[in-house]
Design a protein around this ligand. Structure first.
Ligand code: AMP
Ligand code: ZN
Length: 467
C-alpha cells in the first residue's frame, strides 16, 4: 500500500492516513438539509467526498461510509435560533415536511447520478433515528453534560476539558466578549440545544421523556455516526462552514457520551464562489446542476472544473470557466479515443512512471490539479497506444468523468426561433439566394449562433452560452 496524507482540521497538519482497523475505512459525511434544491456550491463538497472515496478505493481500501439526510432539526440559523428549515419550507410550499424531504432528497440523489458521485454505503435519515437520538441525550444527562431548561435540553460546554478543539476558539476570550444571550436559563453562551421543546403549533414535534419536542441538528450526526460506524471512526467530512458550530458540537456530544473525539481525521471542503462573490438566492446566482445541464453543458464539466483547484481552496465559478472545463472534458475523451485507436508499444517503465506520479498526487491530500497535469501528459504523449488508453481508463476510476464516452460535442437543444431561421437559410441556399442566406447568417450571429458551411452540410455553434 502507498502512503496517503490528508490535511486534518483537528491537528492542522497533513498527517499520514492509516485506517484504525485493517483495510476498512469508516467515513461519515454531513449530508444535505432537504428543504430546498442543493446548489453547485453544495455539490463542490460532495464532489470532494466522491474523490476521497475513489482515492481510498483506488488504494485498495474497502469503505464503510455513512451520510445523513437532515429532515428535521436544522434551524434557520446554524445555532439555536429561528424556525426549523423543514417546517418553514413546508409552510411556504403548502406541503408536509415529509413530502418536502422526499422531493428534495430525490433531486439531490439525481445530482449525484449526473455528477457520477459514488454513493456512500449508508444513507440515513434523521427522522428514522429519533429513538437513538433520545437515548444519546439521556446518556449526556446521565453523564452530567446536559441540563434541562423550560425550552430545551442544553449541552453544558463548561463540563468539557476543552470546547473548540477543531476551530481553535478560546472560550475564555469568547466569553468575555460574548453578546448578551437571550436565553437567560443557559449556563454558558456557547451551550447548544440537544433537544428542543416544541411550541404548541410545531408540526414536527413528537412525544419524548421531556415532553413534546423535536431534536437539535447536531445530535443527529453524533447519533448516526455512532450507530453505523462506532464510537471512533476514521474520517469525518463536510463543508468548511460546519467547523465552528456543527462539528465542534458533534465533538462535544461524543466526548460527553463516550469520552472520545469521534473521528481521527476531519476533512473540510472550501467554498464555491460565483463571479468572485458569494452565492445567494437573492443575487440570482444560486445555480443548480440542472441550470448547467439546461445551458447545454454536461454536469461532469462542473466536476472537471472542481479538479482545477484543490478542495481546500475556494473555487470561482463563471460560465466562461465552465465552457473551458467542458472543452477540457471533450479533449480528455478525444485523447482517450486517440490512444485507443493507436498501436504503438510503450515501455512498461514509462507507464509505471505516469502511474506513480498520479498516485503521488492523489495521495497527497487529493491533489487533483497535479493529478490532472499527469493525465494531460499521458494524453499529449505522441505515441498513440492502447496501453495509454488503458492507463487513462484506470485514472478515470478516480475522476469518474466517463472518459470512454464518445460524444464529445456539446448536445445543445436549439430554441424554436433559431431552428426556424436555420430552416429559412437552408431554403435560401437551395434557391441560391446567397444574399438572403448571408443576411440570416448575420442575424443568427447576432443572436449568438455561429453557422459554418462545410462540405458535409452545415454546423451551428453557440457563440455565447450565457445568452
Ligand atoms: P446544507 O444542505 O446547507 O446542510 O449543506 C450541505 C453541505 O454543503 C455542507 O457540507 C455545507 O458545508 C456544504 N456547502 C454549502 N454551501 C457551499 C458552498 N458554497 N461551497 C461548498 N460547499 C458548500
Ligand atoms: Zn453533520
Amino acid at each position: 500500500m502507498n502512503n496517503i496524507y490528508f490535511y486534518n482540521t483537528l491537528t492542522k497538519t497533513k498527517d499520514e492516513f492509516k485506517p484504525l482497523e485493517g483495510d476498512i475505512v469508516r467515513i461519515y459525511t454531513c449530508g444535505p438539509t432537504v428543504y430546498k434544491d442543493a446548489t453547485i456550491g453544495n455539490m463542490k463538497s460532495y464532489i470532494f467526498m466522491d474523490t476521497l472515496r475513489r482515492v481510498l478505493k483506488y488504494n485498495g481500501y474497502t469503505l464503510k461510509h455513512a451520510m445523513n439526510i437532515t429532515d428535521v432539526g436544522h434551524l434557520v440559523s446554524d445555532g439555536d435560533e429561528g424556525e426549523d428549515k423543514m417546517v418553514k419550507a413546508a409552510k411556504e410550499e403548502k406541503k408536509t415536511p415529509l413530502e418536502i424531504a422526499a422531493f428534495y432528497t430525490e433531486k439531490f440523489l439525481k445530482d449525484f447520478e449526473s455528477l457520477n458521485i459514488d454513493k456512500p454505503e449508508i444513507i440515513c435519515k434523521a427522522t428514522d433515528h429519533i429513538k437513538e437520538m433520545e437515548e444519546f441525550v439521556q446518556k449526556l444527562l446521565d453523564n452530567g453534560y446536559a441540563y434541562e431548561t423550560s425550552t430545551a435540553i442544553y449541552f453544558d460546554v463548561s463540563k468539557l476539558d476543552k470546547y473548540g478543539i477543531l476551530s481553535g476558539i478560546d472560550l475564555r476570550n469568547q466569553m468575555a466578549g460574548a453578546r448578551v444571550e437571550v436565553d437567560e436559563e443557559k449556563r454558558n453562551p456557547y451551550d447548544f440545544a440537544l433537544w428542543i421543546k416544541a411550541p404548541e403549533n410545531h408540526i414536527m414535534k413528537r412525544e419524548s421523556p421531556w415532553g413534546l419536542c423535536y431534536p437539535g441538528w447536531h445530535i443527529e450526526c453524533s447519533t448516526m455516526s455512532n450507530k453505523y460506524l462506532g464510537e471512533v471512526f476514521d474520517i469525518h467530512t463536510g463543508g468548511i462552514d460546519l467547523v465552528p458550530t456543527h462539528h465542534e458540537n458533534e465533538i462535544a456530544q461524543s466526548k460527553g457520551c463516550t469520552g472520545k473525539v469521534p473521528a481521527a481525521f476531519w476533512m473540510h471542503c472550501e467554498f464555491l464562489l460565483i463571479n468572485g462573490g458569494k452565492m445567494s438566492k437573492s443575487l440570482g446566482n444560486a445555480y443548480l446542476v440542472q441550470d448547467i445541464i439546461d445551458k447545454g453543458y454536461e454536469a461532469l464539466a462542473y466536476k472537471m472544473m472542481c479538479f482545477t483547484s484543490h478542495y481546500r481552496n475556494k473555487l470561482n465559478f463563471t460560465w466562461e470557466a465552465l465552457e473551458s472545463s467542458q472543452n477540457s472534458l471533450n479533449k480528455l475523451r478525444e485523447g482517450y479515443q486517440k490512444h485507443n485507436e493507436g498501436n504503438s508499444q510503450i515501455e512498461e517503465s514509462v507507464i509505471e512512471e505516469y502511474k506513480n506520479k498520479f498516485i503521488e498526487a492523489i495521495n497527497d491530500d487529493l491533489n487533483m490539479p497535479v493529478a490532472m497535469s499527469v493525465i494531460w501528459d499521458v494524453i499529449k504523449n505522441p505515441n498513440k497506444s492502447k496501453q495509454l488508453a488503458e492507463l487513462l481508463l484506470d485514472f478515470d476510476k478516480v475522476l469518474g468523468v466517463n472518459i470512454e464516452k464518445t460524444t464529445t460535442k456539446k448536445e445543445v437543444e436549439l430554441p424554436e426561433e433559431i431552428k426556424a431561421l436555420i430552416e429559412q437559410r437552408k431554403e435560401a441556399r437551395q434557391n441560391k439566394d446567397w444574399a438572403l442566406s448571408d443576411k440570416i447568417r448575420d442575424e443568427l450571429k447576432e443572436k449568438g449562433y455561429i453557422v459554418k458551411d462545410t462540405k458535409d452540410g452545415m454546423t451551428i455553434e453557440r457563440l455565447d452560452v450565457r445568452s
